[in-house]
Design a binder for this molecule. Sequence first.
Ligand SMILES: CC(C)(COP(=O)(O)OP(=O)(O)OC[C@H]1O[C@@H](n2cnc3c(N)ncnc32)[C@H](O)[C@@H]1OP(=O)(O)O)[C@@H](O)C(=O)NCCC(=O)NCCS
Length: 334
Amino acid sequence: MSSNKPIRIPRARIAGVGKAVPDTILSNADLEKIVDTTDEWITERTGIKERRIVRRGDKTSDYCIRAARDALAEAGVEPEELDFIILGTISPDMRFPATAIFVQEALNAKNATAWDVSATCSGFLYSLYLAEAIIALGRAKKGLVLGAEFLTPITDFTDRATCVLFGDGAGAVVVTEAEGDRGILSTYIGSGGNASHVLYSVGHGTAGSVNQLGEATGERYLQMNGNEVFKHAVRILVKSAKEALDIAGLTAADVDWLVPHQANLRIMKATAERLGIPPEKVFVNIHKYGNTSSASIPIALEEGRHDGSLKDGQVICCIAFGGGFTWGGAVIRF
Ligand SMILES: CC(C)(COP(=O)(O)OP(=O)(O)OC[C@H]1O[C@@H](n2cnc3c(N)ncnc32)[C@H](O)[C@@H]1OP(=O)(O)O)[C@@H](O)C(=O)NCCC(=O)NCCS
């Protein structure tokens, strides 16, 4: 049953979806040979059975370009028609230029403006928020929104508490002006600024304080206090769903599919339960890919559309949270 508000008229819609994941599979059995863990522990605690991992020499943009080409073909949009390319990523090809620039170059999207958004696992929904707003303002008609992540290269494969969780991949959607009542019914984003110590990666950032001899002193790998993240995740995700649904003029009872960021099956189930959404309405593919950060929602949208689960006219509620903390939600009707 809808809330008392009228259902929001969409200004933008998703016209095509695409994904690209590495061919190489790292299974739980493979991880048993690398760290002190078991398939049983990983499956019970996370829902993950395997994840995809990139090969040396692969670049984030390579996967973005493949995902983008599929999304553009499905939407029937030519690269030169694109007004913008927004990429949510925390694992760019280079410090600069933005990885979205490499995507622009490869697609020859010469009329687009391209940039990256750094919002951890909420990166795709942050980017979709911008895309919707830009189109709603009448500043653009067509754009490409991506979420892509190479997390395994920044994961410490001697640390069993983190290395079992993450995977690599990319997803893309083409966003165009809406027609009729189908489209993006709402987008919502937020950040806390209170948990930057719980989940982070110094990497090549200035906090890594490279000294005059060029010696990096920062931590190379992603750092995480998993229990602390877990404690806040469900509350943040529930809030994100409620806010996005409220903006759309809908409630949890209207949701045909909840498409959560795929971080942990227990987090997804607990979130759905608190929202009163039955488990069969929760889209899950974490068993195949692990946590691919900002790529997880567009990969899920691509799979759900192409396997026939996410049907035209259904109400789809996407929610994400990530390091920072960051969070976001979007309600979509294809
Ligand atoms: C990481 C996570 C799976 C750990 O699950 P948990 O049930 O909280 O497990 P704990 O961390 O309490 O650890 C329980 C035990 O398992 C052990 N353990 C940790 N990782 C293990 C692994 N891969 N294999 C086997 N045992 C493991 C711990 O050492 C601990 O052992 P102890 O009891 O002897 O000390 C869980 O906290 C989580 O998913 N957090 C959210 C992480 C996340 O989503 N991050 C991304 C946000 S976008």
